[in-house]
Design a protein around this ligand. Structure first.
Ligand SMILES: Nc1ncnc2c1ncn2[C@@H]1O[C@H](COP(=O)(O)OP(=O)(O)OP(=O)(O)O)[C@@H](O)[C@H]1O
Length: 271
């Protein structure tokens, strides 16, 4: 069964009258991870935000988006906001964007958990602390007391991952979760995303966006390749990464070889 189905998604800049994403269709199977890969500017982030119905003003979307068979494009804003975070959790590209800059990150986490689960401060903090410890973030109390600008992008991303462990969403959308992180932090964040999928119930479904096929190889079951706003190839991750039909996909796959060696050596495997 598909947890997410996107049909004929079109995204257009209504001011500039530019087509940014064209006729894109894809689905995420229950319990599996679909990676959308493509170079910078190809439309990946816009797709994620379109699913969450969080596109900036001036950008228009058309097409069908169904989550567990229910059309998201037909929901009211109130229904959609009840679903965001709780059932579909977006880990955005920029960790800073995930948190309200005017409050310590713990206040944001508490408020999110109160809104979705009705938990008070004590329960919310205890759950966050346990989730943070489970992904090797110690000193939870100190971290939760800090404002977003006092923490690095990688740390904010990890706190967001901890929050998604507590929220137990049905679907995680991870938009370039490792961009702008150094190699060690990238490796840790990927390990934590693997752990999140294992930890949440029978295995959380994931839509992963990345231009880094080293990361995709670690996480994805299936891959869709996007170029200039259109999906040009889809298939099982091992096929796309090793035997893609499209020249552009093969080019991306070649670029991954260098990263693959680094990841393997970090994992202690022989290259
Ligand atoms: N608010 C906006 N108004 C107009 N054009 C936009 C807006 N946001 C994004 N775009 C354009 O849409 C295209 C796709 O952007 P998008 O951010 O989805 O790319 P991406 O594949 O996620 O790349 P990256 O990994 O660099 O973020 C780009 O050409 C970008 O300039």
């Amino acid at each position: 069964m598909n947890i997410l189905e996107v049909n004929q998604l079109n995204i257009r800049d209504s001011k500039g009258d530019r087509v940014l994403v064209q006729d894109s269709s894809f689905h995420v199977r229950e319990g599996s991870c679909l990676a959308i890969v493509g170079e910078s500017g190809s439309g990946k982030s816009l797709m994620c935000r379109a699913i969450m119905r969080l596109l900036p003003s001036g950008i228009r979307q058309t097409g069908e988006i169904a989550f567990r068979g229910e059309r998201l494009d037909g929901l009211s804003e109130r229904e959609m906001s009840a679903l965001r975070g709780r059932r579909i959790c977006l880990i955005p590209q920029n960790g800073m964007r995930a948190f309200d800059p005017s409050y310590p990150v713990g206040v944001h986490a508490r408020e999110t958990l109160r809104r979705h689960y009705g938990w008070g401060r004590g329960v919310a903090d205890a759950k966050m602390t346990a989730a943070m410890e489970s992904i090797m973030l110690s000193d939870a109390a100190e971290l939760l007391g800090k404002y977003p600008h006092e923490l690095s992008g990688g740390m904010l991303q990890r706190i967001m991952i901890a929050l998604s462990i507590v929220l137990e969403p049905d679907l995680i959308i991870a938009d370039e979760p490792t961009t702008a992180l150094d190699m060690i932090t990238q490796f840790e964040v990927v390990q934590q995303l693997i752990a999140v999928r294992e930890r949440i119930g029978s295995g959380s479904s994931m839509l992963l966006v990345s231009h880094d096929l080293g990361v995709v190889e670690q996480l994805a079951d299936e891959v869709a390749v996007i170029k200039d706003g259109s999906i040009i190839e889809r298939g099982a991750a091992r096929v796309i990464l090793s035997d893609a039909r499209h020249a552009y996909s093969r080019q991306l796959a070649t670029a991954r070889q260098a990263l693959r060696g680094t990841f393997r050596s970090m994992m202690g495997e022989e290259i």
